[in-house]
Design a protein around this ligand. Structure first.
Ligand SMILES: [Zn+2]
Length: 156
């Protein structure tokens, strides 16, 4: 764990019962860090954003790919019809980085997506979740650094 990283922001406490901080991440740009200990199996934050159709998401996805800008997507596939685009109206959960050995797990409950702790998270630890990108979509290299890293964010 690195210390002394500049704290950029804190997540609005309405979105999480825990103190969560936005900081520079060794995984990618910015990440979310626990500002206090989070016990196992607790709801940490809801993933929110603009609810769009799969088709609209596809259009945005292609536009980002064509734009030549850094490829940053905050799409969360809710089901076959709906996608949540966390780049608009996100709680900050969209900044949680991917890890092949994450400390959070996502759960879909009644049309909502929540991140739960799958183990005890110590204060100062970066929060992470397995993005589980489809193997049929664009391949993304993984730099999570976990001992059991798959080498890709996509499922094999
Ligand atoms: Zn990895």
């Amino acid at each position: 764990m690195r210390t002394g990283k500049r704290i950029v922001a804190r997540i609005d406490p309405r979105f999480s019962p825990f103190l969560l901080l936005v900081r520079r991440s060794p995984i990618d740009r910015y990440g979310i860090f626990a500002g206090e200990t989070i016990p196992r199996n607790r709801r940490v934050i809801e993933y929110t954003g603009e609810r769009i159709t799969y088709r609209t998401a596809n259009g945005r996805f292609r536009r980002i790919l064509r734009s030549g800008r850094p490829r940053r997507f905050y799409f969360f596939v809710l089901n076959k019809r709906w996608v949540i685009d966390g780049s608009a109206g996100g709680t900050g959960a969209e900044l949680v980085n991917h890890s092949c050995e994450p400390n959070l797990v996502r759960r879909r409950i009644a049309g909502h997506i929540y991140y739960y702790s799958r183990k005890r998270v110590r204060s100062g630890e970066e929060l992470s979740v397995d993005y589980r990108f489809s193997k049929d979509t664009i391949r993304c290299k993984c730099r999570c650094g976990a001992p059991k890293c798959r080498g890709t964010i996509n499922l094999k």
